[in-house]
Design a protein around this ligand. Sequence first.
Ligand SMILES: [Zn+2]
Length: 261
Amino acid sequence: MIKKYFVDIISVIIGAILLLSPSSKEGVFVLDVGQGDAILIQKDKNQILVDGGGDDTVLYRVGEYMPLGDMEIEIVVLTHPHSDHINGLMYVLERYEVGQVWFTHIDYESSIYEQFLELDVNKVEIEQGSRYFLGEWYIDVLFASDGIYNRDFNANNASIVLELNTDKRKILLMGDAEVEEEEYLLKKGVLEDVDILKVGHHCSRTASSERFLDTVKPEIAICSYGKDNGFGHPHIETIDNLKERNILMLSTAKEGNIEIL
Ligand SMILES: [Zn+2]
């Protein structure tokens, strides 16, 4: 009798967990992690996480989308080592099994970056120009170099830039790349018309030049920043440049997680 009662309780608990479990839907999710970046790409229950925001919020956000019990993220990308991108990733690397960690090794001093470099995880210095397949989707690495950083020592301009091609759309993820990196990409001729732009550097005026916007021509621009942040993001010049081109601007501060399905 006691045993039966116990089994009933267990099945109620399991039922409740199943009801609460995330949908594990496929798509690209620009996560609301406050001031910072964290973007989850999920396809066939495989995941790529690009940056982790500035604290452990990313763990809760990722948990909203990953299948229950899936504790493996296939690829984690550290676009560049600023705290609003790396701090949250350290929690992710502690909590999840991670197949590969893509990064660019730059000569940048910070204690958390040092800890990252010492971590026993499968770090890969991903090559610019490489392509990674995720089912029938694929990701092109448009930028992965320390070349600009070694000139101006602005870590934003070491940001790994990725273009994701799903079966429905092209999505450009700029990290915190500023105008100097955009100029490099324009000159190299690797930028093309995309559907959605994860805008560089939290919609700061230091990124998204008019020439850049006129080349990538997104329909939707997504700005990732925290409410009332101390940097004044998003800057009015960027908002105006997007408006002038009839680009719909969405932000994590206003919408929360932004889902591209
Ligand atoms: Zn940033």
